[in-house]
Ligand binder design. Structure first.
Ligand code: ADP
Length: 161
């Protein structure tokens, strides 16, 4: 069975990677789908995020990375995929995730959203926290893959130029 794990991934963190590995133990194929979230201002472009995720996941099989502009359910219908994977960190995630899952179900009735509970050791990590700490010169190497730590450094240097 095929599933899609959609998100902003701005940038991908070890929390995301954990969800991806666990989803791969449940599903035969997983598409990590980089999407635009109009509620968020992103540091990396969609293509930069896609490339970074591909680098980070290069050793894993059964996973593909793609980008999508527009409505998520359109992508799912086009590719014949009926399962969405999302991660839940804390009760604060629940309200938004519930709203999105119900809205997507209204738009595509065959769709099921599967929630994986974040692992305890990663549950405090978010892309926004990573960006904030990196911006002020803090060490984020325990929260993101090495490729991401390097990309963050580069991006911040670019910003200072
Ligand atoms: P979006 O803008 O779509 O919420 P994110 O990249 O912030 O995109 O998150 C994508 C998904 O990954 C969401 O379901 C989110 O709850 C989940 N997620 C984010 N960080 C973690 C983490 N540290 N552990 C587990 N799941 C996470």
């Amino acid at each position: 069975m095929k599933a899609v794990y959609p998100g902003s991934f701005d940038p991908i963190t070890l929390g995301h990677v954990d969800i991806i590995k666990r989803a791969l133990s449940i599903f035969d194929e997983l598409v990590v789908l980089v999407t635009e979230n109009p509620r968020k201002k992103c540091m990396f472009t969609l293509e930069e995020r896609k490339k970074l995720i591909e680098e980070v996941l290069s050793d894993l099989s059964g996973v593909k990375v793609d980008v999508h502009h527009g409505l998520l359910v359109d992508y799912l219908k086009k590719h014949g995929i009926k399962v969405l994977v999302r991660g839940l960190r804390a009760v604060t995630d629940y309200e938004y995730e519930l709203q999105m899952a119900l809205a997507n179900k209204k738009l595509y009735s065959d769709l099921e959203t599967v929630f994986l509970i974040a692992s305890e050791k990663f549950s405090f990590i978010s892309s926004s926290l990573v960006k904030e700490v990196a911006l002020y010169g803090g060490d984020v190497t325990e929260w993101v893959p090495p490729e991401v730590a390097r990309a963050l450094n580069e991006k911040l240097k670019e910003g200072k130029r």
